[in-house]
Design a protein around this ligand. Structure first.
Ligand SMILES: N[C@@H](CCC(=O)N[C@@H](CS)C(=O)NCC(=O)O)C(=O)O
Length: 222
């Protein structure tokens, strides 16, 4: 049987939670990383953007459509409607965090206003997220219920990214860190995080690639 193909660029970014989900599920996949061929491929994609995921006749575009498909088919989407709603809320909240960080890095004066960004924007948001994690009635080991869901992998990817770029901001949030460490201790995730198969942390701003602080990221698997 042909392996499913994840197509993206040579970066973590939007593909990181998809790769983490495939790793957690033990699905063998081709991690296709587009380099020079993008100019030819772009017009053949519906929105001129990646990632895409192809599994036999199924071809899926849009990161969150791919993640929700994997979650529905492989039981990573909670067990009740209330849990599925909580998954969707966490998914949206991390999309907001992604936009917040991505938008800030593109500000022309970012280097000069980094401290203010952390104090006034990033830290309050991380505090809200930590509060929501702690409001899980089943405890803060997972964002939803008492078993892993796809939003745990979104959270791990985004918090790892935030921690790599802003280590001084995220170190105050012990419960977020404990959550990440717990997911990183899962055998398949831990093996992936320690492998050289995961691309480095690279974020872009007006001056190009501005962050590659830690190729391994913030989370250190134990
Ligand atoms: N909402 C889309 C956004 C996809 C997107 O913006 N992809 C970027 C990379 S992160 C891309 O393909 N950029 C290449 C280009 O625009 O030519 C998704 O999540 O899949």
């Amino acid at each position: 049987v042909a392996k499913p193909i994840l197509t993206y660029f040579d970066a973590r970014a939007r593909a990181d939670p998809i790769r983490l989900a495939l790793e957690e599920l033990g699905i063998a996949y081709e991690d296709r990383r587009i380099m020079g061929e993008w100019a030819q491929l772009k017009p053949k994609t519906p929105f001129g953007a990646l990632p895409s995921y192809k599994d036999g006749a199924l071809e899926i575009f849009q990161t969150h459509a791919i993640l929700r498909h994997l979650a529905r088919v492989h039981d990573l989407y909670g067990t009740t409607e209330a849990e599925r709603i909580r998954c969707d809320i966490v998914e949206e909240a991390f999309a907001d965090l992604n936009n917040l960080i991505g938008g800030a890095l593109w500000r022309a004066d970012f280097a000069a206003t980094r401290g203010d960004f952390i104090e006034l924007e990033l830290s309050p948001r991380l505090g809200q997220l930590e509060g929501f994690l702690n409001a899980n009635p089943e405890g803060p080991a997972f964002w939803v219920g008492s078993a892993i869901t796809f939003v745990d992998l979104i959270a791990l990817a985004l918090l790892d990214c935030a921690g790599s770029i802003f280590p001084e901001a995220i170190c105050d949030y012990d419960d977020l860190k404990n959550f990440c460490d717990g997911i990183a201790r899962r055998p398949r995730i831990g093996a992936y995080l320690q492998s050289d198969r995961r691309p480095g942390v690279i974020m872009y701003g007006p001056e190009g690639a501005i962050v590659a602080r830690s190729l391994k990221g913030w989370i250190t698997p134990v």
